[in-house]
Design a protein around this ligand. Sequence first.
Ligand code: ADP
Ligand code: ADP
Length: 237
Amino acid sequence: SPVVELRDVSKTYPPTTKGGAEVVAIDGVSLTVDAGDVYGIIGYSGAGKSTLVRLINALERSTSGEIHVNGQDIARLPERELRPVRLGIGMIFQQFNLLGSRTVAANVGYPLEVARRPRDKRTARVAEMLDFVGLSDKARAYPDQLSGGQKQRVGIARALASQPGILLADEATSALDPETTHEVLDLLGRVNKEFGVTIIVITHEMDVIQTLATKVAVMDQGRVIERGDVFDVFSNP
Ligand code: ADP
Ligand code: ADP
């Protein structure tokens, strides 16, 4: 069943200069991501990928269309009702977005703090997540003491702390070297298989899609220009 479904979604930004033209970032996109999918969204810079991510996790409002997350149309939900929706979606980023003043453990526990989970529950969950990403021995380290790959593993542990059913990965390996990229992609594969988390991977890198995703949508100028099983889409002449 679909966990994320976009129906004819568009997003237009106002002109960035006086008298300039509107920017159509997303132009009538329909997309269905089923439970358990690893769904890749690929396209060049400016294709609309980041905008799509910000619409799915309700950081931005669409101009038109429906956006269903776990069966609920979030496109027109009032702000106060978006919090539980966002809690059900984990995010990882190209630049990791860790808090430099906090230890690894505190970074991983941060979403649980925001959600006001009791300390003992938080501590247990943080330990579990650090074990899962293989960084139990780094619990008391600070982000700047870690390699890029380790930082992204912390990012993954944090994203999964509140047990979201959906993980959005926005260019999550673009700052990493090829070997580290493959370690992180392996870990994301385990997140999908062991926890059943639905993963949406946004990238401009074909290799990432071919390694991790089973389905793919190709975006260009705000539209989906091709989609299907990864094997079929990329074996077309
Ligand atoms: P196109 O590449 O033009 O979308 P398709 O044959 O893939 O052509 O799809 C035709 C229509 O079916 C699309 O415009 C879209 O509305 C719908 N569709 C296809 N695949 C999906 C999908 N994965 N999720 C949602 N709608 C889809
Ligand atoms: P991608 O992630 O594929 O690089 P984006 O979603 O960032 O694409 O951008 C899609 C289009 O929308 C681009 O033309 C970009 O310049 C424009 N855009 C993105 N964010 C904004 C914004 N806040 N204001 C105006 N235009 C924007």
